[in-house]
Design a binder for this molecule. Sequence first.
Ligand code: HEC
Ligand code: HEC
Length: 334
Amino acid sequence: MTNMNPLVTTVALAAVLVSLPTPLTAQTPAEVRQAAKGALIEPLPAKMPGAEKDTPALVALGKKLFLDKRLSTNNSQSCNSCHNVEGKGGGVDNEATSPGAFGKRGGRNSPTVLNAGLQLAQFWDGRAADLVAQAKGPILNPGEMAMPSEVEVVKKLGAATDYPPLFDKAFSGAGAKISYENIAQAIAAFERTLITRDRFDDFLKGSDKALSALELKGANLFLTTGCTTCHTGPLIGGGMYMKVGLVNPYENTSDMGRFDVTKDNDDKFKFKVPTLRNIALTAPYFHDGKIATLPEAVKKMAWLQLGKELKDDEIKAIVAFLGSLSDKSRASAK
Ligand code: HEC
Ligand code: HEC
């Protein structure tokens, strides 16, 4: 190699150095934005698909239904009881598993309804295709609102003085005004308004100051550690099913997840990859609610899904970044 041009050698060496991972502190906002784009992470859209034809009357009716305990058999429980969307509410009940109308707990953690309509399907196992199909479930579920039948639900609302005029207004022209289908349609229309606005999207749209130095470091770690193999797209999740315990097994194997829907052996222990938007507001974590805190969830994820042991300061930075995904109005609510 005696004839090698020293300049070429230097350039080649420099290229090697550049391709090595750069220290985290050197990561600029522009580079983090580029990495986010590479992971298909972009700001949440202005409107949810399907919201184009939602009228204010339909949305208002849906909100009233969502908050109304009369939708449960003993008037004890509304959708909002398990998916609190008011004030600081992250669209969940912050319980490991939720007590139903008669106090008995189900087996799964209540996922957030915030941004839910942007996901590929509903429920941890994806068994409902969309918000309308989903809304028909809990009202009749004996472990949730426990109404005896669709007919009884329609009868109950029809006999109330407040609902008939509101259905007339929301469904002008529709044949059956108070019907189980229309109840679900109205609730879904309200849920389609639940898009959240956070500082990370401000950052993605160009505001460098929207994130603190620690949050920026965390964003970079999140984007370079492998988390975005699964937590991708505008929701930073919500777009695919993945096995929990992909690399190292998860200790709770009592819930087979998507397997119960498809009966396909490949789907054992697969769950919908949850959205990480508003994740700081929705403790406890995982489908079984067994993971109490966000640092624990991050540490566990790295180990279970990637076979990596994150250091404490890395976990701290990622958790800080995840905090920037909270809806601004909820994060600041009293
Ligand atoms: C008793 C508590 C409880 C009540 C009441 C309740 N839910 Fe849920 N909800 C849950 C739980 C638990 C899940 C997850 C169940 C599963 O995945 O198998 C869920 C799932 C959902 C999802 C899917 C979210 C996602 O990310 O997959 C939506 C949307 C939703 N509920 C909306 C509603 C609406 C609308 C109502 C009222 C008609 C309602 N819920 C009533 C507990 C409740
Ligand atoms: C191979 C796919 C995959 C990878 C990689 C992955 N996750 Fe997850 N993540 C999931 C799945 C699936 C769940 C749901 C687990 C469950 O409910 O049991 C989940 C759940 C979570 C939760 C809890 C969400 C909730 O609502 O309860 C957090 C937080 C999380 N992941 C963060 C991360 C972070 C941070 C990384 C990178 C260190 C990461 N994940 C890597 C698939 C993945």
